[in-house]
Structures are given as C-alpha cells and as structure tokens.
Design a protein around this ligand. Structure first.
Ligand SMILES: Nc1ncnc2c1ncn2[C@@H]1O[C@H](COP(=O)(O)OP(=O)(O)OP(=O)(O)O)[C@@H](O)[C@H]1O
Ligand SMILES: [Mg+2]
Length: 406
C-alpha cells in the first residue's frame, strides 16, 4: 500500500516536471540557466534554434564558447577572463546579478563579439533574474532576439526621412519657377509688356490667384515639415503683445473686407509683454483669422481679443460663421483634415491648424476650440508669459463641445 502511494507521488512529480519542461521549451524567448562559473546548465528550444547547436554542444559548456565569442575563439582565453570581457554586456550583467542578487531589466545590446563569423549583427533585449536551485545560485538569462524589429524600425525611420527630404526638395524646386511665373504675370498685368485687353486681364488675374494659392501651399508644406522635424528655428524674445495682435489684425483687414466680414479687435490695457517668437505668433493669429473670415458668410463678425490672466496671455478668435459638427473638433488639428461641407466647399489644404498647434506647442501653450454648427466658432490660445515655467501639453481632450490641443 505504502509502495503504491510512493509510486503515485513519483509519477505525479515526474508529470509535473515534464509539464514544466514543455512550458519552458515552448517560450519563444531564449532562456538560459547559468551558474557562477558562467557554465550553462539548461537552455530552452528558442536558444537551441538561435545557436543552431546540439544540446551536447551547449550544456555544461562555457557561455562564451557556446556563443562563439570572438575573444574566446581567437584569443583562446577562458570566458570572463579576456581583456575585452570587462565590457561584454552578457558577462558584465550576469556577474552583476551574482554580486548584487538583483535582477537586470530590459538591457538592450548588439552582439559585437558574440556569434563570431555571423555576417549580421544580432540585437537582443535581455532580462536576468537570480535564482537558487537546490542551494546553488544561478542566473536565468532571458534573451529576446529583437534584430528584425530593430531593423524594421530603423528602415521605417530611414523611409520617413527620405520622404520628408523628397517633399522638401520638390517643394523648394517648385518655389523658384513659381516666383518667376508670378513676376511674369504681374509684368503683363501691369501693362509693362503692352496693352492688356479686358478679357486677357480676367484670365491673367485667375492665373495669378492660382499661382498665389500654390505658393501658399508650398510654404505651408515646407513650414509644417520644418516644424514637425524640429528644424524650425524659434527666437522667443520679450515682445509687446498688443503690437503683435494689431499687426495680425492689420494683415487680415483686406481679406475680411473682401469677404464682407467685420473684423474687430479688443485688447486689455494691462496686457504688457511676453516671451514670444513674434513672427510665429503672428502666423498663428493670421491662420486663425483667415479661417474665421473664410468660414463666415457675408455680413458676419470676427472678433480678435487678447487679455492677460495671471501668468498667461489669452487670445481668442471668435466668429459668427458656419461652425463645425462636434465630431470633427478633435480631428481638425490633424494634417490635411478638413470638415466636409457638401455643396459649400471652401478652398484650403488643411495644414493651417496643424501649423498653429505646432507653434503653440513650441511656446508651451495650448489651444481650445469651441464650436456650434451654424452659430460660430471660438479658438482660445493660452500662451505662458515665460514659457520655461510650463511643460508643453499635447493632449486632446474631447469634452462635449470642446477639443483641446496644445
Ligand atoms: N473658424 C472656423 N469655422 C469653421 N470651420 C473651421 C474654422 N476653422 C477651421 N475650421 C475647419 O477646420 C478645417 C481645418 O482648418 P485648417 O486651417 O487646418 O485648414 P484649411 O483652412 O482648410 O486650409 P489651410 O489653412 O491649409 O489653407 C477647415 O477646413 C475647416 O473645415
Ligand atoms: Mg486654414
């Protein structure tokens, strides 16, 4: 009876053992059990596959030897004792774990010396845990081969850079001939190349408008790329806020008149100065004003207001125009996003607001939009008086009728 009981217990332990072994082997990350002499006691299938070696060539062998370490192979030194071993990521970290009994987490390294003779450098993410098995100290080394992921990420970055470079080059190359076309049209329109008939003038003016639109688009693409890649230079200086706001309004006055929209400005007397990049803030305000004007029907109103609230300058651009549906609000700061208005399409590229958001972000500020369809829209820009104090906030929060971005 006792014998039978022992037999059952042994069988149970044996089955448990086999289950653990099966799980150990099924783990797709390489696992190695290493003792203090840097000798391998156990590996799972993932290591076996990675090394393409038999278990007899791995178990009870030294880690450097098993991993074809160039120091061990060429200098014939024992693993861990060569002059280069002090800088070896594997040995250094395993020794650290034995010395401190603390784990090593997410250590990334490239196999410079290991896999000697292998033409491609392998990349690993390593974790090491100290363990005690039957009173003996071991280190469980987990090696995740991230070579492919790493290459894919590098390739993606390279492709993105190439794309950016291509778009920049094409845009630059387009700008020069476009300037020449514009000048040519102006000369003919001004009558400097002979008398221009009424009908000819009409077509030339149409051409001029389109050339202007094209050069604006090219400038926006170039600006956006520079801002996105961090190549845009910012020169923040102590600036008089009223002057900046007035200059933006003056720039847009003609545009408002053309659209028969009333543009008003309201400035708080105590607004004072703030650390801003003057030209870029004017670019933000002219973009917001241009939107407010073009999306407001004739006889509508646009108001540009600026006040100081504690350590912030608060500028609002509000209009009595078309407004936007609630669902579009969080998306309007995405590049090329435009609200669909079937039958009422208004020209644009959808780069204005992404540029605005990037510039505000560079100033550690934020922008909020509040809009009601067919009633109007208000954009509120918050700019810290001294940007160093605030961290940039780029969250997008969808409250009922507000979208925040900064
Ligand atoms: N004041 C506003 N009133 C109504 N809709 C607006 C207003 N401002 C922005 N929008 C909507 O947000 C979209 C994105 O604006 P954005 O300025 O990025 O692009 P755009 O004005 O269409 O083109 P671009 O500025 O590049 O010439 C616009 O197409 C428009 O649908
Ligand atoms: Mg715009």
């Amino acid at each position: 009876m006792v014998e039978n009981h022992n037999f059952l217990e042994e069988d149970l332990i044996d089955r448990k053992h086999k289950n653990i072994e099966a799980i150990f082997d099924a783990i797709p990350i390489g696992l190695l059990l290493i003792d203090e002499t840097l000798t391998i006691s156990r590996v799972n299938n993932a290591i076996h596959k990675l090394l393409k070696k038999d278990y007899s060539e791995i178990i009870n062998k030294n880690i450097g030897e098993v991993f074809n370490c160039s120091t061990t192979t060429t200098e014939r030194t024992k693993c861990g004792f060569g002059h280069k071993c002090r800088n070896c990521p594997l040995i250094k970290n395993i020794k650290k774990v034995f010395k401190t009994s603390q784990s090593v987490h997410e250590f990334e390294f490239q196999s410079d010396t290991y896999f000697f003779g292998n033409p491609t450098k392998l990349c690993f993410l390593m974790n090491i845990e100290p363990v005690i098995i039957e009173d003996k100290r071991y280190a469980v080394v987990c090696l995740d081969d991230i070579t492919e992921k790493k290459f894919a990420a590098e390739k993606l970055i390279e492709t993105m850079e190439l794309k950016t470079q291509f778009v920049s080059t094409v845009s630059h190359e387009l700008r020069t001939p476009l300037t020449a076309i514009k000048e040519g049209i102006n000369i003919v329109l001004d009558g400097m190349a002979g008398r221009v008939k009424k009908k000819q003038k009409k077509f030339l003016e149409l051409a001029k408008r389109n050339v202007d639109r094209l050069s604006m688009l090219i400038n926006d693409v170039l600006d956006f790329q520079k801002l996105e890649s961090g190549r845009m230079k910012f020169d923040p200086a102590l600036n008089n806020v009223s002057q900046i706001v007035r200059e933006a309004a003056d720039t847009m006055k003609l545009f408002a008149d053309k659209h028969k929209v009333k543009l008003s400005v309201s400035l708080a007397a105590d607004i004072g100065e703030a650390m801003l990049d003057r030209n870029h803030i004017i670019q933000v305000l002219t973009n917001l004003l241009s939107n407010a004007i073009k999306f407001t029907p004739e006889k509508g109103k646009v108001l540009l207001e600026a006040v100081r609230q504690n350590d912030e300058i608060v500028i609002t651009v509000s209009d009595t125009g078309m407004g936007m549906p609630k669902d579009d609000l969080p998306k309007i700061f995405e590049r090329f996003y435009r609200v669909r208005r079937p039958g009422k399409e208004i020209a644009g590229t959808g780069l204005g607001l992404p540029i605005v958001a990037q510039i505000i972000n560079q100033h550690s500020g934020r922008i909020i939009v509040d809009s009601k369809l067919n009633k109007g829209t208000t954009f509120t820009v918050y700019l810290p008086v001294s940007p160093e104090k605030n961290e940039p906030d780029i969250s997008v929060d969808q409250t009922i009728e507000n979208a925040f971005i900064g």
